[in-house]
Design a protein around this ligand. Structure first.
Ligand code: NAD
Length: 491
């Protein structure tokens, strides 16, 4: 049993009530996490505000150098981080290693921050006058993150915020807190000054204290749509810059001309990897015309073959759900879908405990009106809807309130091009099921999948964590050539 404390101003700090942290593969506690209250949030923000002032004065090359050191340490500790992720989240070790690599790529992008922060300069915009623009850090930025990527999602945020010259306060998910403390230690070892990166563990009360804190300038949030909406509204009202990424229902449209074996392989991995607990998981298939019957047969074969087991056990392809509550919610969706008239082709229920295991479930003949299609299930449940044409598929996808990711499987370039242009979704894959943009692009959905206007990481991340300043400057040295000061605008 470990005791998981906050990390404030470069040191472990207790404070607040505690909550058990569980291994979802066994259902047994592995530690206790402190839940920060206003006192801990105040202490972390005060430390961050003090550190931010000095950190913004540190040269951009030195900030980049610390990111290079941090990147190497992440690499060296990748296995340790992955084991913490698997123990508290349940995902299989290879998948945990993968999320660390994806997160590390954002650090690699942050290593290039001098290039990203280069300003603009215009010589002689008027006689003897130059104009230039550059970007400055905001001060204290906060991140509130979900349980499903304990390392990668925070890494979408803090390396860029910090490289831009801000200090950061992270509130991890209370279900998977340990990896963030190791990240804090690695930053310290990389030479980051105390107070630039802080971790306050906690729950919604902790999050709300950050959202309304007068010294927090910007909030990045990733989680479910109802909470994203609340975060966006509350922090915006408090005058902060906000990017709030919400939930998802991601569709794979499969046309009859697609390579159906390839599509079925890709969709199975995208639907059931991490037990479906990915914001970019494919959770719905839209089978067009003659694709439907052969595709469902292939998906069923592959779903039945998935090896479910503890994430740390060699050979497991899919681990448990995060908790008993999640298992209950997801199986409830399966039961309701059957009652609503869907056909349960593969039933993953009934696996033995005490871990929160649910095998892959496949529901066919789901209609857009059913809750199994309207709602985010966030578990290993793939639903299949059948339509006759690409037009109908596009209309179906566009009627969904979420707009995070989508994919089209086809051998027609024209059909793919039409889909990628007409889908009202932020991230589109063509024969690629999980189109997560690389770190040097930006990640973000549309509609109810993102509140605010900037996406995370890449150049949009840099824009979010900095504000622009434009300077107009004159250094008079030949007064006789200077135009006389005028009361009216110059014409
Ligand atoms: P969640 O919304 O329950 O929690 C996210 C964070 O918000 C946690 O840190 C939690 O402590 C905090 N929180 C919870 N309720 C709150 C409240 N009322 N007020 C303030 N803070 C609150 O999400 P989760 O269950 O941890 O994660 C799963 C969800 O995250 C899914 O909906 C998934 O789609 C979404 N997600 C989205 C993306 C994306 O990029 N769009 C990425 C990963 C996960």
């Amino acid at each position: 049993m470990r005791s998981i404390e906050h990390w404030i101003d470069g040191a472990r700090t207790g404070g607040g009530p505690t909550l058990p942290v569980e291994d979802p593969a066994t259902g047994r506690p592995v530690g206790e996490v402190a839940l920060g209250r206003r006192a801990e949030v105040d202490a972390a923000v005060a430390a961050a505000a003090r550190a931010a002032a000095a950190w913004a004065e540190v040269s951009v090359t030195r900030r980049a150098r610390i990111m290079f050191a941090f990147r190497d340490l992440l690499d060296r500790h990748a296995d340790e981080l992955a084991r913490l992720v698997t123990q508290e989240h349940g995902k299989v070790l290879d998948d945990a290693r993968g999320e660390i690599v994806r997160g590390r790529e954002v650090v690699e992008f942050a290593c290039g921050i001098p290039r990203e922060l280069q300003g603009d300069y215009s010589d002689q915009v008027s006689s003897g006058v130059d104009a230039y623009a550059f970007r400055q850090p905001l001060g204290v930025c906060a991140g509130i993150v979900p349980f499903n990527f304990p390392v990668m999602v925070p890494l979408w945020m803090h390396p860029i915020a910090i490289a831009c010259g801000n200090a950061f306060v992270l509130k991890p998910s209370e279900r998977v807190p340990s990896a963030s403390n190791l990240i804090a230690e690695l930053y310290a070892e990389a030479g980051l000054p105390d107070g630039v990166f802080n971790v306050v563990h906690g729950d919604r009360e902790t999050a709300d204290a950050l959202l309304t804190h007068p010294d927090v300038a910007a909030v990045s949030f990733v989680g479910s749509t109802p909470v994203a909406r609340h975060v966006h509204r509350t922090a915006s009202e408090a005058g902060k810059r906000v990017q709030a990424l919400g939930g998802a229902k991601n569709h794979a449209v499969v046309l009859p001309d697609a390579d159906l074996d390839h599509a079925a392989d890709q969709i199975t991995a995208a639907a059931y990897g991490s037990a479906g607990q990915r914001c970019m998981a494919i959770s719905a298939v839209v089978a067009v015309g003659a694709a439907a019957d052969p595709l469902v047969a292939r998906l069923a074969d592959r779903a039945r073959a998935v090896k479910v087991g503890p994430g740390a056990e060699p050979g497991s392809e899919m681990g448990p759900l995060i908790g008993r509550d999640a298992l209950h919610r997801v199986t409830g969706h399966v039961e309701r879908a059957e009652r609503d008239g869907a056909l349960l082709v593969v039933d993953g229920r009934g696996l033995p405990g005490p871990g929160h295991f649910l095998g892959p479930c496949l529901l066919d003949r789901v209609t857009p009106a059913m809750a199994a299609h309207r709602e985010e299930i966030f578990g290993p449940v793939l639903v299949v809807l059948r339509v006759d044409t690409l037009d109908e598929a596009i209309a179906l996808v566009n009627a969904v309130p979420y707009g995070n990711g989508t994919a089209v499987f086809t051998s027609s370039g024209a059909a793919a091009r039409r889909y990628q242009r007409e889908a009202r979704v932020g991230m589109v894959g063509v024969n690629v099921p999980i189109p997560v943009p690389m770190a040097f692009y930006s990640f973000g959905g549309w509609k109810d999948s993102l509140f605010g206007d900037t996406h995370v990481h890449g150049s949009e991340g840099v824009r979010f964590y900095t504000r622009a300043k434009a300077v107009t400057s004159r250094w008079p040295d030949r007064p006789t050539l200077e135009p006389a000061a005028a009361m009216a605008f110059p014409t």
